[in-house]
Design a protein around this ligand. Structure first.
Ligand SMILES: Cc1ncc(COP(=O)(O)O)c(C=O)c1O
Length: 409
């Protein structure tokens, strides 16, 4: 222990004479004041309490391919149960690099530019802790995944929230340009988008590239739904454009692609210098990720069919769900990707006028028997637009059961 730590210890020794309460009984100053239980836990608890079909939280209610479980089990039985290398099992990093090369034509160095993470949430927090200095600004596009804001706060930065265009949820580049300041350290972009289901086109990425070109802004590109893009539209990864790839940490998650959200394994692909800083934080954050799961994923990734077939798999579910919802008075918003369908409920004859999105979700769970998530939960300022999010990563029976209930609307 260094001398400073000793000094700190002496100062921190409780002094009952000087203080009316021992330190452990005084209120704990919060690193995240104002943050409570997430809406996802709240709505899942409500679904359990009311017996509602849970289309709230975003996870499949069906199992993954048994071949994947076999591959992980085989790795465990083969004794691959100790710490993995800090950056990830080489075979998995190799498979990730090969896929990025195949899909986006970019060669990431397996040794220096690919890092396996404990899911995308850890990857994003680690990226923020690595990049952001106290006082820095990080731009997020509202509505956005709920970990971004707290991650920025934990890194000592300030979240600058730029709304996506209300109604279409497309990026508003004029507002984005206006939000850039000399203090902007990073921007977080997410396509396909949770919660709106919109997908950025190549033209959007080119605009983004142009906008960021004169800046030193880093890009955290959250691409966890990369394989859930419908109607033949390609996924516009930041890896496809040199001007973005050179400043980007591309984040993905095997949880989404392989129906194993509980495994929490993902990765970050980024240029060597960026990866080096990322890894400095990663090694003291998780150090390394579940070994047998990495070996199983490495083997499974060698077969491209599962991810090649994923768009069609989810597009069929989207059709089933949208067709059923079409018989209700809910207004369907476009769903170009992800496994989320947003609906506008303002045309319904509701028991009360101007029901907030949260109040509507509570009513929907209790009275109709379906759990959803209010879109306001994805906005820093709780913006209300009469829209809620439903997840269709569910068995067909689950979707049909939900649709039978929603048919009352
Ligand atoms: C946009 C987005 N990013 C990141 C994540 C987190 O992924 P993981 O479960 O791998 O941490 C999610 C999960 O819902 C998400 O929707």
């Amino acid at each position: 222990m260094d001398p400073i730590s000793h000094a700190t210890l002496r100062v921190a020794t409780p002094d009952h004479g000087a203080s009316p309460l021992p330190a452990t009984r005084q209120p704990l100053p919060s690193r995240l004041p104002g943050i409570g239980t997430t809406i996802f836990s709240v709505m899942s608890a409500l679904a359990a309490e009311t017996g509602a079909v849970n289309l709230g939280q975003g996870f499949p209610d069906f199992d993954c391919d048994p071949c994947l479980v076999d591959a992980v089990s085989a790795a465990m039985r083969a004794g691959l149960n100790q710490y993995a290398p800090m950056t990830g099992v080489p075979a998995l990093r190799q498979a990730i690099a090969a896929k990025l090369q195949l899909l986006h034509g970019r060669a990431y160095d397996v040794e220096r530019e690919i890092t396996v993470t404990a899911g995308a949430t850890q990857a994003i927090l680690t990226a923020l802790l690595a990049l952001v200095q106290p006082g820095d600004e990080v731009i997020v596009l509202d509505p956005c995944y709920d970990s971004y804001g707290p991650g920025i706060a934990l890194a000592g930065g300030t979240a600058v929230r730029v709304p996506l265009t209300p109604g279409s949820f497309r990026p508003d580049f004029d507002r984005l340009a206006a939000a850039l300041t000399p203090r902007t350290r990073a921007l977080i972009v997410n396509t396909p988008h949770n919660p709106s289901g919109t997908v950025w086109r190549e033209a959007d990425m080119l605009r983004l590239q142009e906008l960021l070109a004169p800046t030193g802004v880093w890009l955290i590109s959250d691409e966890v739904y990369e394989h859930m893009v419908f109607d033949g539209v390609p996924h516009a990864s930041a890896a496809r454009l040199s001007g973005l790839a050179e400043r980007a940490l591309i984040v993905s998650s095997f949880g989404k692609t392989y129906h194993v959200t509980g495994w929490k394994v993902g990765y970050v692909a980024a240029p060597a210098a960026l990866s080096a800083e990322f890894r400095k934080v990663h090694q003291f954050n998780v150090f390394s990720v579940n070994t047998p799961v990495q070996h199983g994923l490495a083997q499974y990734l060698a077969d491209p069919r599962p991810w090649l077939e994923l768009p069609a798999f989810y597009q069929r579910k989207r059709e089933l769900f949208r067709t059923g919802l079409g018989a209700t008075r809910l207004r369907l918003l476009p769903c170009e990707g992800s496994y989320f369908q947003c609906v506008d409920y303002r045309d319904l004859a509701l028991p009360e006028r101007d029901l907030s999105e949260l109040a509507f979700c509570e009513w929907l769970a209790r009275e109709i028997g379906v759990a959803a998530i209010p879109l306001s939960a994805f906005y820093g300022d709780g913006f209300e637009q009469g829209v809620v999010r439903l997840c269709f990563a569910k068995r067909d029976e689950t979707l049909r059961a939900a649709l039978a209930r929603l048919a009352r609307l």
